[in-house]
Design a protein around this ligand. Sequence first.
Ligand SMILES: Nc1nc2c(c(=O)[nH]1)N[C@@H](CN(C=O)c1ccc(C(=O)N[C@@H](CCC(=O)O)C(=O)O)cc1)CN2
Ligand SMILES: NCC(=O)N[C@@H]1O[C@H](COP(=O)([O-])[O-])[C@@H](O)[C@H]1O
Length: 212
Amino acid sequence: MKNIVILISGRGSNMQAIVEAGIPGAHIAAVISNRPDAAGLAWAATRGIHTEVLDHKAFASREAFDTALAERIDSFAPDLVVLAGFMRILSAGFTRHYQGRMLNVHPSLLPAFTGLNTHQRALDAGCMLAGCTVHFVTAELDHGPIVAQGAVAILPGDTAQTLAQRTLAVEHQLYPAAVHDFVSGQFTLCDERVIRPVTAQQQAGSLLSPQP
Ligand SMILES: Nc1nc2c(c(=O)[nH]1)N[C@@H](CN(C=O)c1ccc(C(=O)N[C@@H](CCC(=O)O)C(=O)O)cc1)CN2
Ligand SMILES: NCC(=O)N[C@@H]1O[C@H](COP(=O)([O-])[O-])[C@@H](O)[C@H]1O
């Protein structure tokens, strides 16, 4: 069984999708929020999941918050830390501590549109495709090795809100699948790249395979 700690800051819809996916081999050890008013906390508690709040405003510095957060997370001996709408930039020491075992879902097709307000920026840039990315978390914001991506067509008349809604539906499929693949060892991290084995079917369909 792999222990998973999920960090949220708000409604936690991605946390809900992961919990409801019932991933074989995954145990959700705790849901921790940096915001006391995060709606996802009540949802998790009603499903018997241990929840905690660590209010970042109660700490004098980002590093002090991160140190206290790591102590709480480590008390659950996590195999994986999942950021699910977690809205705090984490210090380099924190990301190093969880290197190779901390994932985030970002609402854009990275490396495009790191940071915040991704949907409005994609619309303003005249993009025709938006989407979401699951990636390992590193010190450099939204630049960690990419695990999975899902594309979302931008439609005429789209607003940041309508695009966010369609993208979120893709996140709710992409993230549980990515967590499943991590838990079941479907990929490895090598030289800052996510490596997935080539399946026999892919090999058979490869142009490089010897033709009969
Ligand atoms: N060191 C890293 N920290 C975090 C990463 C990362 O890749 N490396 N991913 C983010 C998630 N994220 C986008 O996917 C993100 C979250 C928060 C912010 C941000 O600017 N936060 C502000 C506060 C904003 C707020 O409270 O509403 C801040 O921390 O000062 C940008 C991107 C999670 N952390
Ligand atoms: N930079 C982080 C970020 O913007 N994350 C985004 O927050 C939204 C709410 O997530 P939630 O419903 O799971 O709380 C999601 O779209 C997620 O991609």
